[in-house]
Design a protein around this ligand. Structure first.
Ligand code: CU
Length: 428
């Protein structure tokens, strides 16, 4: 979501805080979530739907249904981060192997076989399925949101065609699929017509595995399938940046950390880069914040991102949608393709395939924006960087005192006596 002139609302808060912003010319399916360390993986998430007659969804529909999917862990994310970021890894054997979810939830619900519960200190009741009551022959817009920490979801409805009409807040020309892969943080809207009602609800339905058109594991829908309703040419870039994604450990006793080029990201220890940028203190950024500042006259930026890791990474750019010019396997420069620049897919989260690449373009919005893999464990391992756009505009920002106060030691201390000493505290 583009915080247009309210860049400071694109961040974390403590205690009681009112997020106040306007979103002109934005519409569609989003989600809110905590970005404080790994907290959202513990359930601090929800849908954020912007209704607008200007949205341009090409098919009329009768009702909205929100379908949030998440992987779910039975231990707190702080513990998972702590074990993930050890040389032995969470299973004590494989460095860099991510914590494995215990379950998957739809809108916070699913059943669970309590005999498999590893945490017996919490009562286990077996849970229940999410259910959606629908009326036959009505058209439903299902807003699919992956709010998870790690896992991709592959969404399908037995014996139904799904018509995709939105990706990450951008209306798309209708395209029919049988299943939709969703990486963490991605959203799709699909139109579905359910042909029945009055179904027997006394027993759980059985399901069939629809193997038709199954995508490769952990990869996006083919980006050329998705054509935005509002056609925009991808302009030629004024500047191109090349980024490499890798996981590295320089000592067997240290954990694998995520690297963007030569930097594994950590937040500023006592402030935010936006607060420092607004004050003109750009020398307060360390190398660990990996802040890239393009030339001020660059109106279109191209990012070539090469993944040297064995896993795919869903990268999200705060405050922007980008054109996805291309996504591929292997080394990007070994067969650098000619890209279609006529209305290519625009979205805000894209999977960089394992040992693969993506080429993105965007029009920079003033502000300080993080660009990161949205897998919680990878964020915690440093797979992030920041972009500073429009420094002259940022210098004139009037950051509200309530935001500045979030980083004042005394205020934060009183709100969070439990986590004194963490990265969010600013000494007066
Ligand atoms: Cu990742």
């Amino acid at each position: 979501m583009f915080q247009n002139g309210t860049n400071w609302m694109d961040g974390t808060a403590g205690g009681s805080f009112t997020y106040n912003f306007t979103v002109p010319n934005q519409h569609g399916t989003y989600w809110w979530h905590s970005h404080s360390t790994s907290q959202y993986a513990d359930g601090i998430v929800g849908p954020l739907i912007i209704q607008s007659p200007d949205e341009g969804i090409p098919i009329d529909y009768d009702e909205d249904i929100i379908v949030m999917m998440t992987d779910w862990y039975h231990i707190m994310s702080t513990i998972n981060v702590a074990t993930y970021l050890t040389a032995a890894g969470p299973d004590g054997q494989a460095e860099g192997s991510e914590p494995v979810p215990d379950n998957g939830l739809i809108n916070g619900l699913n059943v669970f076989d309590c005999s498999g519960a590893t945490n017996t200190s919490v009562p286990c009741t077996g849970g229940s399925y999410a259910t959606f009551n629908v009326t036959a022959n009505k058209k439903y817009r299902l807003r699919l949101i992956n709010t998870g920490a790690f896992a991709d979801f592959d969404f399908s409805i037995d014996n139904h065609t799904l018509t995709v009409v939105e990706a990450d807040g951008i209306a798309m020309e209708p395209v029919n699929v049988t299943r939709i892969p969703l990486a963490v943080a991605q959203r799709y809207s699909i139109i579905a017509i359910f042909r029945y009602d009055g179904a027997d609800s006394s027993s759980n339905p059985t399901t069939i595995d629809n193997n038709l058109a199954s995508p490769a594991l952990c990869s996006d829908l083919n980006q050329t399938m998705l054509v935005p309703v509002e056609a925009l040419e991808a302009p030629e870039p004024d500047v191109t940046y090349y980024l490499e994604v890798s996981f590295q450990s320089f000592n067997p006793s240290l954990p694998l950390l995520g690297y963007m080029n030569t930097t594994t990201w950590t937040p500023l220890s006592n402030s935010t880069t936006l607060i420092e940028a607004q004050a003109g203190n750009v020398n307060n950024f360390g190398a660990q914040q990996f802040v890239v500042t393009p030339p001020s006259n660059a109106s279109v930026i191209e990012i070539i991102i090469q993944n040297y890791d064995e896993g795919p990474h869903p990268f999200h750019f705060h405050g922007h949608v980008f054109w996805v010019l291309g996504v591929g396997q292997g080394y990007v420069y070994s067969s650098f393709p000619t890209f279609n620049t006529t209305n290519p897919l625009r979205r805000d989260t894209v999977i960089i395939p394992a040992y693969g690449w993506a080429v993105l373009r965007l029009v920079p919005h003033p502000g300080m924006w993080i660009f990161h893999c949205h897998i919680v464990w990878h964020m915690a391992a440093g797979l992030a960087m920041q972009w500073q756009f429009g420094s002259d505009v940022v210098a004139n920002y009037q950051i509200p005192q309530a935001v500045l106060d979030l980083f004042l030691y005394s205020v934060y201390n009183s709100m969070h006596p439990d986590i004194i000493g963490t990265q969010f505290i600013r000494e007066l």
